[in-house]
Design a protein around this ligand. Structure first.
Ligand code: PAF
Length: 300
């Protein structure tokens, strides 16, 4: 089934007004891969009608970032949407989305200035602004986002809660290649050698996850050891950050923290910016056994 393609607000409004039943939206920047397709399949199980937006949002790219070379594969994307039974594709131009430079934008607050927000100033304001506009235009009952962009997902949840936006936000798990590399539209920039180095991100997260019983320092220590090695590889990984953060605020967890956390990593291989993360449940770490503690049976 070929989806209805709406490129203007008027076309979208016309198709939206004809919808009977619930709508799930999967916002994307196109260059659809298996990760997006898994989100579309999730959306299909959540609503009667599935809409996918395809828009490379200039507002969320900083100066010197890859806005101009970001992959644009519209014909393939429509084919993928058709294969997944998508009903509506909303694919506006920048002029349609931003008829005038927006004066009023979404201020992401403290969460927008930490971790990925520190590496990419202004990124989250631009991302939240376009997501808010897409929610207003498509008016979905539910919107589905990838957990690979964990901070993005946490911020969208927070925006929707803080601004009383009537939509349910659902996350979909990260899809990985066989070697562990998280699927991303940017992976197509990588050469074979760069791809090898890029594997260190997911390997570091796995090492961190394997050390979870030892607490926060053990998690970051194990992950860092992998990344240090990748920094000496050829081509090298240029690490932007490795952090263990509280899953809902994205502030770094203190030593001895127990609870839900996200181990997040980002770096550059060649000119490609890559991010990845793994959710972790940290249990309280038992204090080391003190043989002089009262109640400890004396050795005979
Ligand atoms: O994750 C993305 O592809 C983008 O950040 C989004 C949510 C579509 C907004 O442009």
């Amino acid at each position: 089934m070929t989806p209805v393609i709406a490129k203007t607000r008027e076309e979208l409004a016309a198709v939206r007004s004809g919808v009977r039943g619930t709508v799930a939206l999967v916002p994307t920047m196109g260059a659809l891969h298996e990760g997006h397709r898994s989100l579309i399949r999730k959306a299909r199980g959540l609503a009667d009608v599935v809409a996918v937006s395809i828009f490379v949002n200039p507002l969320q790219f900083g100066p010197g970032e890859d806005l101009d070379r970001y992959p644009r594969t519209f014909a393939d994307d429509v084919e993928a949407c058709a294969a997944e039974g998508v009903d509506i594709v909303f694919a506006p131009t920048a002029e349609v989305m931003y008829p005038a430079t927006p004066q009023v934008t979404i201020e992401p607050g403290e969460m927008g200035r930490v971790v990925e927000g520190r590496t990419r100033p202004g990124h989250f304001a631009g991302m939240l602004t376009v997501v808010m506009k897409l929610l207003q235009l498509v008016r979905p009952d539910v919107a589905v986002f990838g957990e690979k962009d964990a901070q993005q997902l946490a911020m969208i949840r927070r925006m929707v809660a803080d601004l009383d936006v009537p939509v349910r936000i659902v996350g979909g798990p990260t899809v990985r290649e066989l070697g562990g590399l998280a699927l991303s539209s940017r992976n197509r920039y990588l050469s074979e050698a760069e791809r090898e180095t890029a594997l260190s991100l997911s390997q570091a997260l796995q090492a961190g996850a394997d050390a979870v019983q030892g607490g926060p320092a053990a998690v970051t220590g194990a992950a860092r050891a992998v990344l240090d090695k990748a920094a000496r590889a050829e081509p090298p990984l240029e690490l932007d950050y490795l952090v263990l953060v509280d899953a809902s605020t994205f502030t770094e967890v203190p030593a001895g923290y127990s609870g839900e956390a996200v181990l997040a990593v980002a770096g550059r291989v060649g000119t490609t910016h890559l991010i990845d993360n793994v959710p972790l449940s940290l249990a309280p770490v038992a204090p080391p056994h003190d043989p002089r503690a009262p109640g400890t049976p004396k050795e005979s």
